[in-house]
Write a protein that binds this ligand. Structure first.
Ligand code: DTR
Ligand code: CA
Ligand code: ZN
Ligand code: ZN
Length: 435
């Protein structure tokens, strides 16, 4: 029996498509009617970090501006992007008597007058390998760019990715890029997403509060995970989004924290250790591959893809479709047996589509108790929700399921089981939409 399939979820009336991976909790998003953003494999991101660590180790222990480790890092990233079909440009500049490098990677296609950028600084401080600061951002942006290539993604906007030099010396590389961008070219950049420290060992989940649309994009992503976020308040000038913002370009980004200390309230909502900084190895020699929180890195890497797909995609309207719905309430026994709501699909020829819209409306406190599955007529199981979301209430969203291997006609079921005691609820409705 086929287990779980790739899913993505349409989030309600806004009809944003939220992409999720089968099994683990999920989410990344793309706009209405566009393909769903892929999961960014944590293993791939961590491999990039291991490679950057090796580069630092082979080059005096760091990847700092003006040192051999930085140029080796740039060459490493460039080679992967060249192999993936990007048009790459090495931009050189001089700072503190040494040559610096920015790497710009353009994904062919899209409207050249509508450019969406994502970037991260690739340089470390001289005292260490700079794996969280900022191998984490650099690796996540790299893997997202590679995912764009793997998907052959062709959004309406033109995608441009960047890895900055000499951020640690004062945002030198990103300033150089923006200052040397002709005003006509600058006007084409509709957004810049910055990722600097996104895998901190004692992580927080901070969203830049600059451009509201970009901010909301990230907040929607994290809401889909049931992970609370806070606004990044350490100051605008602290990373490479600053030159873009100063040039009037909409900016946003994510941050998992540096040398500030996690409060008990933050530890309450995010886990980790109160009274300890988010990254005890900030700008230190211990900023190695051991200085990463995998959950934060995974979530934030997926968030990079989510935002790229959500902010660059097509504007097609969602497909109209044939709807089969069951609105009968079905009580879900507390910590008890699974219950189902069924719809009988008929009159649909052939197989179900790869974008079957599964509307789930479950009223239930503490949705982290719930396991929710779509059961196809032949018994195949597609997991939609697997105990994520902790204390947040209700599951009211639409998942897009690749059900193309299933015969459309027959009895489809929504199966819900409450796997923990103390919270109760019911299935309010279950809907299938065949586009
Ligand atoms: N300046 C960054 C680290 C940093 C500190 N606060 C923030 C806020 C938002 C992004 C990054 C940072 C560095 O040391 O690279
Ligand atoms: Ca992932
Ligand atoms: Zn730093
Ligand atoms: Zn940094």
């Amino acid at each position: 029996m086929k287990l779980s399939a790739r899913l993505s979820a349409l989030a309600g009336a806004s009809a944003l498509v939220v992409g999720a991976l089968a099994g683990a909790a999920p989410a990344s998003a793309a706009p209405t009617g566009a393909t769903a953003a892929p999961d960014i494999p944590l293993a791939n991101v961590k491999q990039h970090l291991a490679d950057l660590q090796s580069i630092a180790t082979a080059n005096g222990g760091n990847r700092a501006h003006g040192r051999t480790g930085y140029k080796a890092s740039i060459d490493f990233v460039k080679a992967k992007l060249d192999a993936a079909g990007y048009t790459t440009t090495l931009q050189t500049f001089t700072s503190s008597g040494a040559t610096g490098y920015n790497l710009i990677a353009d994904w062919p296609g899209g409207d050249p007058n509508q450019v969406l950028m994502a970037g991260s600084h690739l340089d470390s401080v001289t005292s260490g390998a700079g794996i969280n600061d900022n191998g984490s951002g650099s690796a996540a942006v790299l893997e997202t760019a590679l995912a764009v290539s793997r998907a052959g993604y062709q959004p309406s906007k033109h995608l441009r990715f960047a890895w900055w030099g000499a951020e640690e010396l004062g945002l030198i590389g990103s300033k150089y890029y923006v200052n040397n961008l002709a005003s006509t070219e600058r006007a084409k950049v509709k957004g810049y997403l910055n990722f600097d420290m996104i895998g901190s060992p004692n992580p927080g989940y901070f969203v830049y509060d600059d451009d509201p649309t970009i901010e909301q994009t990230f907040k929607t992503y994290y809401a889909g995970l049931g992970v609370p976020t806070e606004i990044e308040t350490e100051g605008d000038g602290r990373s490479d989004h600053a030159p873009f913002k100063n040039a009037g370009i909409p900016v946003g980004g994510l941050f998992s924290g540096a040398d500030y200390v996690k409060t008990s309230a933050q530890a309450q909502k995010w886990g980790g250790t109160a009274g300890q900084s988010f990254d005890r190895c900030y700008h230190s020699s211990c900023d190695t591959t051991a200085n990463i929180n995998d959950t934060a890195l995974d979530r934030n890497s997926d968030a990079v893809a989510y935002a790229i797909w959500a902010l660059s995609g097509t504007t097609t309207t969602p497909p109209a479709g044939t709807v089969f719905e069951n609105t009968a309430d079905v009580s879900v026994p507390d910590n008890g047996a699974a219950v189902t709501s069924s719809v009988t699909v008929s009159g649909v020829t052939g197989n179900a589509p790869s974008n079957l819209a599964v509307g789930v409306d479950i009223i239930h406190t503490w949705r982290g108790d719930l396991v929710v599955d779509l059961i196809a007529p032949d018994g195949s199981v597609y997991n939609l929700h697997n105990r994520t979301g902790s204390s947040a209430d209700n599951i009211q969203q639409t998942y897009t399921v690749n059900a193309s291997s299933e015969v459309a006609n027959g009895v489809w079921k929504l199966r819900v089981q409450d796997k923990a005691s103390g919270d109760t609820g019911y299935i309010n409705s279950f809907k299938l939409t065949f586009p």
